[in-house]
Ligand binder design. Structure first.
Ligand code: ADP
Ligand code: MG
Length: 474
């Protein structure tokens, strides 16, 4: 790559001093997380893990990722409205994956009853790595698109100041001024505010649907604060609260504790462990309501790995976005190789190919949140076990993306300072609002860079593997 921090990295003494400043700057700027030992109170907090140095990102790829975001917003929205596509695509998956099946049942039930919701709000984050390819020219390749609970749009806006300070301490004043400002939480809040306004009941509130364990609350507070600044009331509730105190009136308006809810913003509900029987009932109640769900259940399904794999089939994008030739070309350029493992000839071929060369691929189940994918020897063992079983319909196969590693220091509370070979993942936040059939907002809202040591194949910031970073765009 054209530029790196080689000179800076040679002076370990200076880096140690800078790391001390960096941690204090992170605390001052609010790059915060609650602690593992005390996840539901803010009496004791610590800094969220982050890199000492910003990571180099090639400007063409950075711009390409921004340029395709509105296209991805359109695509996700189109999939969410395409009942037949979702049904066909997920048909074999839901036979073997109970979680996706349960989401799909609610989706179907809500459609059969008739949608009460008429305003739609999407907040997603499309994640990429920079694949080195055979010629060493990095290419932007999508890892996945997150259509529910895409996080770190708040904390990431605060790492720019931290990295700016670190660069100055290291004598890099010009480089510090080169860092790109970034505030996704503002863009996300604009979308939520628009949906709230279009819902049309000034006394109604925005409800953040939150987890039982809330370590990442400060990230959510950033979005919340933007809404309070616009004089929009925000409440935080769990599925359990909805089960106990939620109700619909005759017009399917959603009430909780006697308050009408205009927008439900999910920061929960994307993994099986988020649900017991009561929570599923609460989810159904929310989906049946006329409140704006971010996302509605169809949009959550649009973000499954199985849908992602089907999108890469020739003709699928054309079918979903008729007439959008340029958007389709931009979207397709970011796709890595994706393969169905469905029982049948094509699936048999791919199972055999992956067993023969496991390091070329990643095996992905229909799960979110990091730490679920299979690689290398483990991938091979699992495929050998399920090769003759319909269980393999629960997975997709993807080409492994191989970025060029760079040296950085990952700062984590209670961990020694040491250099690591790292790779980064760039996420672009997208926001859109649709009223009936009319798109009234479609934007890219900012970015997130996460970096991890190369020895970890998988896992995000919440999973304790990746850390927050800032792109140094060159
Ligand atoms: P999740 O929904 O769990 O976040 P992802 O598809 O984002 O699932 O995969 C989790 C992590 O695994 C990613 O953040 C990335 O580090 C790694 N990963 C996923 N797909 C690939 C791939 N095709 N090549 C290389 N690494 C990958
Ligand atoms: Mg991911």
């Amino acid at each position: 790559m054209a530029m790196s921090w080689d000179a800076v990295l040679r002076d370990e003494e200076a880096l140690r001093e800078a790391a001390v400043v960096a941690v204090d700057a992170a605390l001052l700027e609010g790059v915060l997380m609650r602690t593992e030992g005390c996840p539901n109170a803010s009496d004791v907090v610590n800094y969220a893990p982050f890199t000492l140095l910003p990571s180099v990102v090639p400007s063409e790829l950075f711009e390409q990722a921004y340029a395709v975001q509105q296209d991805f917003n359109l695509l996700v929205d189109a999939i969410s409205q395409n009942k037949e596509f979702l049904e066909q695509t997920l048909a074999s998956t839901i036979k073997v994956d109970d979680f996706t099946a349960q989401l799909f049942r609610i989706h179907k039930q809500v459609l059969e009853e008739g949608l009460a919701q008429s305003v739609f709000l999407g907040i997603n984050r499309s994640d990429y790595m920079f694949d080195c390819g055979v010629y060493g020219t990095p290419a932007l390749k999508q890892i996945e698109i997150n259509t529910i609970a895409a996080s770190f749009g708040g904390l990431t806006s605060r790492t720019v100041a931290v990295h700016g300070r670190v660069l100055k301490v290291l004598g890099k004043f010009q480089e510090a001024s080169h860092l790109v400002p970034n505030n996704p939480s503002k863009g996300l809040a604009l979308g939520i505010a628009k949906a709230w306004e279009l819902y049309g009941s000034p006394s109604a509130v925005v409800m953040f649907l939150v987890e039982e364990v809330q370590r990442n609350i400060f990230d959510q507070r950033c979005v919340e604060n933007e809404l309070w600044n616009r004089n929009i009331r925000v409440i935080r509730k769990r599925f359990r609260d909805v089960f106990e105190k939620g109700s619909l009136d005759d017009a399917k308006r959603l009430y909780i504790d006697g308050q009408e809810v205009a927008v439900v913003y999910y920061r929960e509900g994307y993994v099986p462990t988020n649900y017991d029987q009561q929570n599923w009932e609460a989810r159904l109640l929310l989906e049946r309501s006329r409140a704006v769900k971010c996302p509605d259940i169809a949009t959550q399904l649009a973000g499954t790995k199985k849908v992602q794999q089907e999108l890469s089939r020739p003709g699928t994008l054309e079918q979903l976005l008729p007439g959008h030739t340029e958007a389709i070309a931009r979207i397709r350029a970011t796709f890595a190789g994706l393969y169905s493992l469905e029982v049948g000839e094509e699936g048999d071929r791919m199972v055999a190919a992956a067993i023969a060369d496991p390091d070329r691929f990643v095996l992905k189940p229909q799960r979110e949140g990091g730490g679920n994918n299979l690689y290398g020897e483990e991938l091979k063992q699992v495929l050998e076990k399920i090769r003759d079983s319909p269980e393999r319909n629960a997975y997709i196969l993807m080409d492994k993306i191989k970025p060029q590693p760079a040296i950085n220091y990952l700062l984590r509370a209670h961990s020694p300072l040491q250099a690591s070979e790292c790779i980064s993942e760039l996420g672009i936040f997208g926001v859109y609002v649709r009223q009936g059939q009319k798109m009234v907002m479609n934007k890219a809202a900012g970015h997130l860079l996460r970096t991890k040591a190369i020895e970890h194949a998988d896992g995000g910031v919440a999973a304790g593997v990746a850390v927050l970073d800032t792109p140094y765009v060159v």
